[in-house]
Design a protein around this ligand. Sequence first.
Ligand SMILES: Cc1cc2nc3c(=O)[nH]c(=O)nc-3n(C[C@H](O)[C@H](O)[C@H](O)COP(=O)(O)O)c2cc1C
Length: 292
Amino acid sequence: MLIIIISLAMKTVIYVFSGTGNTKRIADLFAMELSKRNWVVTVHDIGKDIIMPESIDADTLIIAYPVHAFNCPLPVLDFLKKLPHAKVNTYLLQTSGEALKFNNAAAIRPINILKKKDYTVKGCFHFIMPYNIIFRHSDPMAARMWRAATIKTPAYVQKIIKGEEEIINVDSLSRAISGILSIEHPGARIIGKGYKADNSCIGCGKCAKDCPQENINMENGKPVFGSDCSICMRCVMNCPANAIHPSILNGWKVNGSYSFQGRVAEDSEICRYCRSSYLKYFKGVEKNQQSN
Ligand SMILES: Cc1cc2nc3c(=O)[nH]c(=O)nc-3n(C[C@H](O)[C@H](O)[C@H](O)COP(=O)(O)O)c2cc1C
């Protein structure tokens, strides 16, 4: 009897690319919410060492990634191109540092690749998470973003369960800007090659061990950066000695992980940068919670 119940359980497979953990955090939240509803969920990290599936043994597929320059990161596109053909309900899950409409355009290329392979793309769920580049949000801001994610996710999971669509609108300006900024893909390789560790490097090798692109080698106790970087910022953010200089992005570097727990930012504390779009995002999510 038990065997019959298990074989009837619905299955989701989540493939996630996450430079600094934000997207993985949301993917794990989806996994937890689906599991609560007795779905069987497996989560796989997209990285150089991923074993490509020969078939998609799931009722639903979720592809999760951070927005990079209004685009989907190249390792994710490369991964999607290698996926087998399958007729499976598929959702995208994006995170980005702010609530800009241009970010929606990051879904275009993944959708096109998936549709060519017969996947039934049902839409895209979008979450705002703290910036891992440009500037550092406060921990209370990160906590408010996380609270918004926990409010939004159960409704999205309900959509997945019912196979409902989550339409995203991408206007032509967003398409154009995203198209131009896809130069980030070849640019990342050049910028990444110029990363350097300064004298404060303690030679711990964490950057080399953790790089999803296997792009860092330790030579004479120091990291040497190759030409396969996707500027995911994992090495920069997680370096315990804050020793990595990300080339021309150095002025935008963020070091040290966020705490998502603890006090949640009040409206008055929301950073002045893009204040109105963050407020709109939070209020929209929190209003929905009150009306449920
Ligand atoms: C190279 C790069 C480009 C980014 N571009 C954008 C962007 O175009 N729009 C945006 O809102 N956030 C952008 N971000 C911020 C990330 O999308 C955001 O912090 C995300 O949650 C990081 O997810 P992760 O921790 O899973 O890597 C960018 C981050 C990086 C590293």
